[in-house]
Design a protein around this ligand. Structure first.
Ligand code: PMV
Length: 311
């Protein structure tokens, strides 16, 4: 029995604008992981996927139509790419990544499952091949994903990402401490991305300018992260990024309240992270302030908090 895993991810700057060709910055979030174990199954029993928490078992047949179920689709894509029939195998899935939390749960689960299945078939997928296949599952979840989630999760490195271009890694000049908080509200990225699209199509001049401003801010953030030590300025950029996401209609009263609480508690800045309307937020903080900040955020309505070091 072997276990294969993939981490969650956090978007630091640039969500939503990234769909329109602007850059975004994201990093793996290793505190949360999806894990898949592969166990040989009796002859003739075929390929099944078991959800450890739900106890639900799915059976994978050879591909015909695109299935609604993302796990079955992920398995079928691997079989198709390797030109193999379903093996006699049980894949068991465990994940502590909140679903709909802006943590890239779908991409992490797909990546872990595809790693486990391709390895069990004796043909582990390369990073590039895995990234391309996880992207196809993301299309099922999100419609028109930018590709940032699968890229960060498959390569497990902080990236500066522009849609359609090879991801760029970058240097972190000095470690940064983020507090990550989950609102506990599950929100659909497909919906928020669709709503931003409708706004944009209704008034391209106005919303295009907001998107371009986010892009400009992300370029500035990258330079500051590389230079190191500019926490005040980076925090300001996070606050501005949050305000611009709010103008794109993807914040929520709870996200606004939690970000304001983080700033009042001495965080350098705070913003929603990911698709928005729920999901998660991040606050840039000094490490010694983090415990009080975490407590304040939980009192203000966050269901869970974690520390994340970017280095
Ligand atoms: O998967 P989430 O909720 O972290 O959001 C992905 C980021 C978006 O920019 C909102 C969408 C995308 O495809 O890039």
């Amino acid at each position: 029995m072997h276990a294969y895993s993939a981490p969650a991810k956090i978007i630091l700057f640039g969500e939503h604008a990234v769909v329109y060709g602007e850059p975004a910055i994201a990093a793996p979030f290793r505190a949360l992981q999806a894990q898949v174990t592969a166990t040989p199954a009796p002859y003739g029993s075929g390929l099944s996927i078991i959800g450890a928490a739900s106890g639900v078992t799915l059976h994978v047949s050879p591909a015909n139509d695109t299935p609604d179920n993302a796990l079955i689709y992920a398995a079928q894509l691997v079989l198709e790419a390797l030109g193999k029939p379903p093996p006699d195998l049980t894949l068991e899935l465990r994940s502590d990544i909140p679903i709909g939390g802006g943590f890239g749960s779908g991409a992490a689960v797909s990546a872990a499952l595809m790693r486990a299945l391709s390895a069990a078939l004796g043909a582990p997928l390369s990073g590039e091949a895995l990234n391309a296949l996880v992207y196809r599952v993301e299309q099922l979840h999100h419609g028109t994903p930018s590709g940032i989630d699968n890229t960060v999760i498959v390569y497990e490195q902080p990236v500066y990402f522009v849609r359609g271009e090879p991801p760029q890694t970058f240097r972190v000049g000095a470690p940064l401490t983020f507090l990550v908080a989950d609102t506990g509200v599950s929100a659909s990225t497909r919906e928020t991305v669709g709503d931003v699209r409708r706004l944009y199509e209704g008034d391209q001049a106005h919303y295009g300018a907001i998107i371009a401003e986010i892009g400009e801010l992300v370029r500035r953030a990258r330079a500051l992260i590389e230079a190191g030590g500019a926490c005040e300025e980076l925090g300001e950029l996070m606050n501005t990024n949050h305000a611009l996401l709010r103008a794109l209609s993807v914040s929520s009263a709870l996200l606004d309240h939690l970000c304001a609480t983080a700033r009042q508690q001495g965080a350098y800045g705070a913003k929603l992270s990911g698709g928005g309307r729920g999901g998660s937020l991040i606050a840039l903080t000094e490490p010694d302030l983090a415990p009080a900040l975490a407590k304040a955020l939980r009192e203000a309505g966050a269901v869970q908090t974690w520390l994340m070091q970017l280095e």
